[in-house]
Design a protein around this ligand. Structure first.
Ligand code: ATP
Ligand code: MG
Length: 570
């Protein structure tokens, strides 16, 4: 990896939003900055939100400002407190703390008063057209819209009707409040956009206090303004909303927040729409929001990703002005980089095959030495027990192997990692002819650090049978086979692209020292969960399903880097 690719945010050149902020501060436009993260509490956060969180909180951190958490809870139908709690939990887990926790619904009264101000200025009117009529009269990109027959109501009539809308006198959908801008504006969003609609529904915070709810475009900028947000950062698709954002603020003569757009994060082999994620959960195609294959923060967290790994990923992705799709292997590269430096090494044997060392005395044992983490000189040594019965992986033995197979074969030799060279002399079979166990012998002169060093082509990992715990290992692969889920044909259901092999559950033996370490930590806070490298297999962490009786480990990522190849092209 070259130096350029491991730069931190302090060292790399400023991104375009940071440049704007630096300029604003230099010119004295603001004394300090305030950003916000504005989730709608209608689902769990995903890695795209993590990008937005790292960006918004990161900007404030970098420039000594602060960040508000604002729940954008203007739609009572889809929102829930369950989501509020999970969102807060995820942000804190990522390592950020908001200056204030606000809700758009806190501002309903102020927003309502401001709507009356706009009515008073002749800049808003109550429209009685049906939704369909409004849609039709909006015109198209090439043809101007048509004025509503209610567009020229008097200020008195508008005030009267709007007040009565608020008081609950009219049914859902019977009337709306619209801004009076320009029905032939080239930007369709400026053709008298909706400000309020009637929804008789209970809100998770305001209960039944309101039956009119502000639209996103009317609420968002004003909420920013109330909180004196200096830099309101959102994703690119909102650039067409910016003129409207500015229009409301200008007409109301309130604190001039400004909106800046960056490219949303897209990742290969996954979907990030909340609707689709919800559907995957509800139809049981995944095992819940925190299924380790999900791109949700709670899924990545369960899988064993660290907050710092996700923050590094966000940093690497950068802040782009144009939409793109990031290779999911970059995310894996980021966590692998970190775990390589921090994870203690142990061995685990998947799909085990027993091997008896016939020339090793029963009851005897000895210890092999290995560094706990060769990347961390301070980590010390571990002792690996060896005894007469060991397990190796079934995959590391072949009865009739092809050429160039360097692992164990009948009559062949292989080195046990950190241990002796063994030779396979015999295979014991069951009645169906399946191999039950191997009979092997060690060459006693080949213990590392003693005797004479002799090398053989293959090295395999192994465990002393009586020093292991039987458990389960979960191996994950891409959730979808198609890398560009955003480009699948419209007539196709995205679920057709699910990878049927995205989850493999495998019987395994795990080093009992690693299991003991994991058990100690798992009862504590998430931060104390220990991530291990199981040699030759990848990085692992105990899953929430782990019990004292049966350890369950998730593979966070493999050891093999598929990303470096493409990294230099970034
Ligand atoms: P919805 O369709 O429900 O609006 P959303 O993904 O936009 O979904 P929000 O809760 O509105 O969800 O998003 C909160 C913040 O996260 C917004 O500022 C949004 O721009 C940002 N965000 C959402 N998805 C991404 C993404 N993929 N990349 C970067 N930022 C994102
Ligand atoms: Mg949104």
């Amino acid at each position: 990896m070259n130096a350029e690719n491991t730069q931190t945010s302090e060292e790399r050149p400023l991104n375009f939003i940071e440049e704007i902020i630096q300029e604003d501060l230099a010119q004295g436009k603001h004394k300090s900055i305030i950003t916000r993260f504005p989730p709608e509490p209608n689902g769990y956060l995903h890695i795209g939100h993590a990008k937005s969180i790292c960006l918004n909180f990161g900007l404030a951190r970098k420039f000594g400002g602060k960040t508000n958490l604002r729940f954008d809870d203007t739609n009572p139908i889809k929102e829930d407190t369950e989501y509020v709690d999970s969102i807060k939990d995820d942000i804190q887990w990522l390592g950020f703390q908001w200056a204030n926790e606000f809700y758009a619904s806190d501002y309903f009264e102020q927003l309502y008063q401001w709507a009356l101000v706009l009515i008073n200025k002749g800049l808003a009117y109550v429209d009685d057209q049906t939704q369909e009529e409004i849609r039709l009269n909006r015109g198209t990109i090439t043809t101007p819209g048509t004025d509503s027959p209610w567009r020229n109501r008097s200020i008195e009539e508008n005030t009267n009707l709007f007040t009565r809308m608020r008081n609950g006198e009219f049914p859902d959908g019977s009337r709306v409040l619209r801004a009076k801008i320009d029905m032939s504006h080239p930007n369709m969003l400026m053709r008298d956009p909706l400000m309020y609609r009637i929804i008789h529904a209970e809100h998770h915070r305001t209960g039944n206090a309101w039956c009119i709810y502000p639209m996103y475009d009317y609420a968002h900028g004003q909420c920013d303004s109330i909180e004196q947000i200096t830099h309101s950062v959102c994703t690119l698709e909102f650039d067409v909303h910016r003129p409207l954002y500015d229009w409301f603020i200008e007409k109301l003569e309130i604190f001039p927040s400004h909106q800046y757009e960056f490219a949303r994060l897209n990742i290969t082999h996954t979907v990030m729409s909340k609707r689709k994620l919800l559907e995957l959960v509800q139809t049981g195609l995944v095992n819940g929001w925190d299924d380790p294959r999900m791109p949700t923060i709670c899924g990545l967290r369960r899988r064993g990703y660290t907050p710092s790994g996700i923050r590094l990923f966000s940093e690497k992705v950068g802040v782009a002005k144009r939409d793109n799709v990031i290779d999911i292997s970059l995310m894996e590269w980021c966590i692998r980089e970190e775990l390589n430096k921090t994870a203690p090494r142990f061995m685990a044997v998947l799909d085990p095959l027993k091997a008896i060392i016939t020339n090793y005395p029963e009851g005897a044992e000895e210890f092999m030495k290995a560094p706990l983490n060769p990347e961390d000189p301070g980590s010390g040594e571990r002792l690996i027990p060896f005894s007469r019965e060991i397990y190796i992986e079934r995959d590391d033995f072949m009865e009739d192997p092809p050429k160039k197979y360097f692992r164990l074969r009948p009559g062949g030799e292989v080195r046990l990692k950190y241990g002796y060279i063994i030779r396979c002399n015999d295979m014991i079979r069951d009645q169906e002819g399946n191999i039950l166990e191997l009979h092997c012998t060690i060459d006693p002169d080949t213990k590392p650090g003693t005797g004479t060093w002799r090398s053989v082509k293959g090295t395999i990992h192994w465990l002393s049978a009586k020093h292991t715990v039987a458990g389960e290992v979960r191996l994950f692969d891409r959730l979808f086979l198609e890398p560009y889920m955003g480009s699948i044909p419209e007539d196709k259901d995205y679920r057709e692209y699910l990878n049927p092999e995205s989850l493999k559950i495998i019987r395994a033996f795990i080093d009992s020292q690693a299991v003991a370490m994991a058990n100690q930590a798992v009862s504590g806070q998430d931060g104390s969960r220990i991530r291990f490298q199981f040699e030759r297999l990848g990085y692992f962490v105990a899953d929430y399903d782990t019990t004292k009786e049966k350890p369950v480990f998730n593979r966070i990522c493999t050891l093999k880097d598929t990303f470096s190849k493409t990294l230099n092209q970034l």
